[in-house]
Design a protein around this ligand. Structure first.
Ligand code: N01
Length: 513
């Protein structure tokens, strides 16, 4: 392999890890780390995890912005095999979740399977050798199978606003918070009012001199039932058998009830909308501000946000909610479409992520040489059970198409998928399979059924534009049902939906079965 040289002429650092493994996992957030632990537990030791960051954690490692916290209770938003009785509060903050993930990685002893600071640049399927060739910032790796666990919320999306690159002050994305930038006493603009922004705004409003919040669409807000756990509760979680599992189950089933309204009969979202309206009336007393923050779409259509501090922060004397739309950014100011010029020292860009148009799709090349981006462009972003995609043999996906949720813990979905992938690899081993590729007709039938269900959902009918929909208006991100239905579907690897080829020396063995 010829050495790769970076732009500055320096040969990239190479890891001492093996260059060929049976399975490469890409990414070590909740999904990739969970897969690594499962493989290790199954005695499937011939694998590596390639991780572009310097430690595990994925989105919880990267999103260190002030106020970052989860909006799913921690007793549910954690691995089923690694419950944590020590959660300090019901909705944990970023630091505590990241510490949990690191602790789990350490406890299950999979860190030496990781290659950190290893940015995957491309992955090409080599049909002759029946293996994936993966180019990285640390040289080339090959593998019989890939498990892509890069996540959906990993590529920050920067707004295409005239002049934004000319801004002379501090400017950074919420997922790339610059902790060296001191915002104390500064004039700060926050662009966006999504899940990240509504946590950032109250967290820094008291520290800055003035804040302009640029809102394009007003979000729906629900109360955040967050509180610290008492010592008695923590004792009970730790020492009373089954108590923590019971609490987890309670959270799980309470959240599943939202599926009726979100996915099946949006009219059932009405009680939640009434609750959100009451909160808005109570917390926003100024009628002009109230009008501006009243959403114009059905609750649930975009992700429902939870905060008790956001509306009060907007009501502060040093905070202005701007709804006129941004015309351009100048080197020291933001100009809105009505011509108003607001001078600022720093801009926080909280405009979300490339979900349906992730740049990572351009780096994976399948059987016919087309990239994932090309395949998605031509046929829509479709997969089979969110875990496999036709034209990409021997590749499995965690948090793939239509696995996202609007109501509960992604970790539940991830564990369902890990189980499916582990069973797929076991099946391939048992049957001596060289290649495994989901059939196009199976994938199409699966997606027809998904889209039929999604057509009834609030996400498709709620009158909003959201990152759940791709540029054609198709919902390629969310799972349209109960999460236990997803788990049931992924209980066993369904090889009859896959084209397989058998290694030559295994043909007799398979024929005999
Ligand atoms: O991103 P978003 P996020 N000009 O896409 C606005 C998870 N998450 O980082 O609504 C002006 O939700 C955009 O406006 P509009 C969670 O799954 C979880 O906040 O498109 N504004 C919107 O207001 C979440 O859904 C947690 O009209 C522009 C905002 O930017 C996902 O991450 C915490 C614009 C983007 O909101 C993403 O959340 C944080 C432009 N050109 C995140 N472009 C928790 O668990 C976009 N916007 C708590």
């Amino acid at each position: 392999m010829s050495p790769q040289v970076t732009d500055n002429g320096v040969e990239p650092r190479k890891s001492a890890a093996p260059r060929h493994v049976h399975t490469l996992i890409i990414g070590s957030g909740f999904a990739g780390l969970g897969a690594a632990i499962r493989f290790a537990q199954d005695g499937r030791d011939d694998f590596l995890v390639l991780e572009r960051g310097s430690e595990v954690g994925g989105t919880w490692r990267d999103n260190t912005y002030p106020g970052a916290a989860c909006d799913v209770p921690s007793h549910l938003y954690s691995y089923s095999f690694a419950l944590n009785p020590d959660w300090s509060r019901s909705f944990s903050r970023q630091g505590e979740i990241q510490a949990y993930i690191k602790k789990v990685a350490d406890k299950y002893d999979v860190l030496d399977k990781h290659v950190f600071d290893c940015d995957v640049q491309s992955a090409h399927w080599n049909g002759k050798a029946a293996q994936w060739e993966v180019q990285t910032s640390q040289g080339k790796f090959t593998a019989n199978f890939i498990v892509s666990a890069v996540g959906a919320l990993c590529e920050p999306s920067l707004p295409d606003i005239k002049g934004i690159t000319e801004f002379a002050g501090e400017i950074f994305h919420s997922a790339q918070w610059n902790h060296d930038a001191d915002l104390t006493g500064k004039r700060v603009a926050v662009i966006g009012t999504g899940a990240s922004a509504i946590q950032i705004i109250p967290a820094i409003a008291g520290q800055v001199a003035h804040m302009d919040v640029y809102q394009r669409t007003a979000p729906w807000l629900l109360p955040r039932f967050d509180r610290p756990y008492t010592e008695v509760e923590k004792f009970a979680f730790k020492h009373i058998p089954g108590f923590q599992r019971l609490s987890r189950a309670g959270i799980y089933w309470a959240r599943e009830t939202q599926v009726f309204g979100l996915a099946k009969a949006p009219i059932m979202m009405k009680p939640l909308e009434l609750m959100a309206r009451a909160k808005l009336m109570y917390e926003v007393r100024d009628s002009e501000l109230r009008e501006k923050v009243t959403p114009n779409f059905q609750i649930g259509c975009k992700r429902m946000l939870i905060s008790n501090e956001y509306y009060p922060a907007l009501g502060r004397d040093n905070v202005e909610l701007v709804t006129d739309g941004i015309k351009e950014v100048r080197k020291d100011a933001i100009v809105t479409k009505d011509g108003t010029v607001r001078e600022v020292d720093a801009i926080v860009v909280a405009t979300g992520f490339h979900v349906t148009d992730s740049p990572t799709f351009q780096t994976i090349f399948g059987k016919d040489g087309r990239s994932l981006a090309d395949v998605f462009e031509e046929g829509g972003q479709q997969g089979y059970k969110g875990s496999a995609i036709n034209n990409f043999p021997n590749m499995f996906f965690l948090v793939g198409p239509n696995t996202g949720l609007g109501h509960t813990s992604m970790v539940f979905m991830i564990e369902s998928q890990i189980n499916y992938v582990a069973d797929a690899l076991d099946t391939a081993d048992r049957q001596g399979l060289r290649t495994v590729e989901v059939r196009k007709d199976a994938q199409d039938a699966y997606n027809d059924e998904l889209q039929e269900k999604l057509a009834k959902s609030v996400w498709n009918n709620g009158g909003c534009a959201s990152w759940y929909l791709d540029k054609h208006g198709n919902n390629t991100t969310l799972w349209p049902g109960f999460t236990f239905e997803f788990r049931q579907q992924l209980r066993k690897f369904d090889i009859d939906k896959y084209d397989v080829s058998v290694a030559v020396d295994n043909k007799e063995k398979v024929a005999a079965k």
